[in-house]
Design a protein around this ligand. Sequence first.
Ligand SMILES: CC(=O)N[C@H]1[C@@H](OP(=O)(O)OP(=O)(O)OC[C@H]2O[C@@H](n3ccc(=O)[nH]c3=O)[C@H](O)[C@@H]2O)O[C@H](CO)[C@H](O)[C@@H]1O
Ligand SMILES: [Mn+2]
Length: 325
Amino acid sequence: MHFSSNVKQFVLLLIVGIFLLLGYVFFYILCNYYIIISTTQSGLILFCFFSRTDVVAVTPWLAPIVWEGTFDPDLVDIIYKSMNLTIATTVFAVGKYVRFLQDFLETAEKHFMVDFNVRYYVFTDRPDDVPSVNLSQGRHLSVIQVPGSNRWQEISARRMEIIQTAIERQISREADYIFCLDVDSKFHARWGAESLGRLVAVIHPWFYQQTRDHFTYERRPASTAYIPMDEGDYYYAGAVFGGSVEDVYTLTKVCRNQLEEDARNSIEAAWQEESHLNRYLLYNKPSKLLSPEYQWDDKKTKTKEVKVIRFSSVIKNYAEIRPNV
Ligand SMILES: CC(=O)N[C@H]1[C@@H](OP(=O)(O)OP(=O)(O)OC[C@H]2O[C@@H](n3ccc(=O)[nH]c3=O)[C@H](O)[C@@H]2O)O[C@H](CO)[C@H](O)[C@@H]1O
Ligand SMILES: [Mn+2]
């Protein structure tokens, strides 16, 4: 009798122990892996991948921040490729910046939205100098002539107005999503459908480890791009923004109006359209953020969090390439 009550206690303890162990394993898996079960034409697929603990992968308003290791490229492709989407890509090559087009387009063909319908819209004052690059099936390129300027600040800032007009005239009928990118850049690795969202911005590579007081927002209240010292979420790069064509249309329209209002008041924001973009995104939160993997700078030494550089600005001689200094 005495012996059997000990056995009972032992068995009970064993069961509790097993449950605790299972709970621990379950909790560990929950915290460290994403497990996704998906039904596809070929049946049930189990996706299981390790999550990152060295970077923050979500904003305070619960928008994902896309880092390598926070998504499964195979799953993303299965979901998005069946939708037959078209992605517009705007790129400006005004004046001497046409020289960047070849590398930009050739590397985009290798890495940007591979197997999707892509429409490049190249805005330039030198249409004859646009290189002919072999495009894969489902990919198109339109050249749109725009005026030149003797001020780089104006070329950079006028992009908002020109993109807004191009969306109205053409892009809204031709694409579902849009990315607006700097031309002085190259793709190095996959940039796929994980980047798609309603309103998408990229965290600037020089500021992702900085606190808000170091952000180079426009600080003069006289500008419509003004952000007070105690506000701001991230410092976004002007070289990459995107989203649904509709949402990007609103963004470019608002930024364009604010740039024009500033011009009427003879004030130019510290970083032109980048300042206005930051102001817009403070009050219209992006639904997805891209990590600096999607906008690196070749001048910057790679940091340990950045496992893969997907797109980066090339090193350029500003004095030689820009129309003014
Ligand atoms: C990484 C990043 O966020 N870069 C931003 C930054 O410096 P950046 O040094 O990247 O500016 P930038 O010289 O690349 O100019 C921005 C873009 O404007 C176009 N362009 C410019 C000058 C010219 O003569 N011809 C021409 O076509 C071209 O597409 C270029 O990529 O500040 C700029 C001005 O505010 C923009 O906000 C850029 O996006
Ligand atoms: Mn640039």
